[in-house]
Design a protein around this ligand. Structure first.
Ligand SMILES: Nc1ncnc2c1ncn2[C@@H]1O[C@H](COP(=O)(O)OP(=O)(O)OP(=O)(O)O)[C@@H](O)[C@H]1O
Length: 226
């Protein structure tokens, strides 16, 4: 657009900035509130897919889960990152931003194409690793990977899983085994191999704790250490 053009013949976009909370206390409250909202959206997605007896993973669903977690906190809520990103304390360097949309499509294809052939734990482990590996967002990658992995696990098993110690909550309470499983899958991928053994084992043990929690509540005992 030329600056000397008369106003009457000018037509250019006037974008609004996304409003974000800057006060640290209000921001922490928004993060907690958004976490609950993101989990609720995840459950609605599971219930909807189970009712329809059909599910296809799409990039729009991943963006919706991210939007729910970051609304009011980041101007990029519900959007792929526009630039490079690093992960503090990790050896993994995520790909350039220009590759994100294509890699997300590949992730969705992998899940959809292997829906019957692979186990629920494999698909959940794949998402947990691959979405973190792509690191498609400027922030909120861990939160979105964990809920999406859990959503796909529930849909592929065919249940809204019971238990209050959910897999995502257990990971947040004890992150080291999760970080180690991500690093192990990253290392395997450097040689072109998808090896999710460690992540699958981790998710299996966390699923056992989640389900056993129901038994513990009923019996008033403690069957498994978290
Ligand atoms: N080696 C690794 N490879 C891939 N992803 C990793 C690795 N180590 C950590 N991560 C992921 O990166 C996340 C941090 O990225 P980001 O800050 O965008 O996520 P977040 O959702 O904001 O954080 P949080 O998980 O604390 O809620 C970690 O939570 C983890 O999920």
């Amino acid at each position: 657009m030329s600056g000397d053009e008369p106003a009457a013949t000018r037509r250019h976009s006037v974008a609004a900035d996304a409003e974000v909370i800057t006060d640290p206390k209000a921001r922490a409250e928004a993060e907690a509130r958004n976490g609950l909202r993101q989990f609720d959206l995840g459950l609605r997605i599971v219930e909807d897919a189970l009712a329809k007896r059909a599910f296809r993973l799409r990039s729009s669903l991943i963006l919706s889960l991210h939007r729910e977690a970051l609304t009011g906190i980041s101007p990029l809520a519900g959007n792929w990152r526009p630039a490079g990103v690093g992960i503090e304390g990790s050896r993994h360097q995520p790909v350039g931003a220009h590759l994100v949309p294509e890699l997300i499509e590949e992730l969705c294809d992998y899940v959809n194409d292997n829906w019957e052939a692979k186990t629920a734990l494999h698909l959940a482990a794949y998402i947990m690793w691959r979405l973190n590996w792509i690191h498609p967002f400027s922030d909120g990658n861990g939160r979105t990977s964990r809920i999406l992995s859990y959503v796909v696990l529930c849909i592929r098993i065919g249940y809204v899983l019971p238990g209050s110690k959910t897999i995502p909550d257990q990971i947040v309470d004890n992150r080291k085994p999760y970080f180690d499983a991500l690093e192990a899958a990253d290392d395997a991928w450097k040689t072109g191999i998808i090896d999710l053994n460690r992540m699958e084992k981790l998710l299996e043990s966390l699923l056992a704790v989640q389900l056993t929690d129901i038994l513990d509540q009923a019996a008033g005992t403690h069957h498994l250490e978290p």
